[in-house]
Design a protein around this ligand. Structure first.
Ligand code: ARG
Length: 291
């Protein structure tokens, strides 16, 4: 692994020198729960100092422990959810299919993300089909699963993302997409209930999908690579995990999953992300894998 490194400026996808992981994060300077757009956002107020400490711990785990290069997006006043960079776009190579948020409260983020991707050498694809905007919430609702050289996208729809956006991902990125309906209000983005890992494993919460969705997942991923997560642990955002090689970083408190991962040769790293869960997000939501 490479030495710990934080890049704040100068990252350009065309100049990325190796395949070492690069992740986009946004410091939580203006993070808060200022509105309610998902069922998690009704909890007690956010402790801002604690949120900052939790974000710093995540940042340090990625950079110092796992050798990830973290690129920082500048926070913007009035956009408290900008911290959830997973929702910026679906990224494939130098293509970025940028989000068009369902809720007006988050729609101001699109211009910020689109500008960032354009300035960093990406082909920016807006979420428009037949000349009309369609809702799409980036890597919150579209995740690439790789098994050897096979790649495919699992994409969620209904709660936040319009299924018509899936064809944009497939056409522009040349990837097959399995569209899965999200059936539970609490699992409103696919990245809170499904997580492909760099090792070809897939964590998923069966209760977040219908019978068809579960069947698609189970028929796509080899049996020994599938990691079903029990409802109670999925509700602790266990599936909202960041995979870096064989390490998997996620919110603390999911002992069954931790044991299961260890028996499968994975290296779980648990962090306290309680303040972000009050907004309906956790480890993975706070990051966007670029490389
Ligand atoms: N409060 C944010 C929202 O409701 C949380 C976003 C979490 N992001 C994610 N990728 N699941 O949109």
């Amino acid at each position: 692994m490479t030495a710990a490194m934080t890049k704040t400026t100068g990252f350009n996808i065309q100049h990325a020198v190796s395949d070492d992981p690069v992740i986009l994060m946004c410091p939580p300077d203006f993070f808060n729960v200022d509105y309610v757009i998902n069922p998690w956002m009704n909890a007690e107020p956010v402790d801002m100092d604690k949120a900052r400490r939790q974000w710093d711990a995540l940042h340090q785990t990625l950079t110092r422990q796992l050798g990830v290069s973290v690129v920082l997006l500048e926070p913007v006043v009035g956009l408290p959810d900008l911290v959830f960079t997973a929702n910026a776009a679906f990224v494939h190579g130098q293509k970025a299919v940028v989000s068009h948020f369902k809720h007006p409260e988050r729609q101001g983020e699109t211009a910020v993300f689109a500008r960032w991707f354009a300035a960093h050498g990406y082909d920016v694809i807006l979420s428009r089909v037949d000349g009309a905007d369609v809702f799409f919430e980036g890597a919150g609702d579209a995740l690439t699963y790789c098994n050897g050289t096979d790649r495919q996208v699992f994409a969620g729809y209904k709660t936040r993302t319009d299924i018509r956006s899936h064809e944009l991902v497939s056409q522009h990125c040349g990837l097959p997409v399995a569209s899965l309906e999200l059936v539970s209000d609490h699992f409103y983005h696919i990245d809170v209930c499904l997580c492909p890992t760099d090792t070809g494993h897939l964590l998923y919460a069966p209760s977040a999908f219908d019978e068809y969705g579960c069947r698609v997942i189970e028929q796509t991923v080899p049996h020994d690579r599938l990691i079903p997560v029990v409802q109670e642990e999925a509700r602790k955002f266990a599936c909202n995990a960041i995979s870096v090689f064989d390490a998997v970083v996620f919110n603390q408190g999911s002992t069954e999953l931790v044991d299961d991962m260890r028996t499968k040769g994975l290296y779980p790293i648990e962090l306290d992300l309680s303040e972000f869960i009050k907004s309906g997000g956790s480890a993975k939501c706070l990051t966007l894998r670029l490389v």
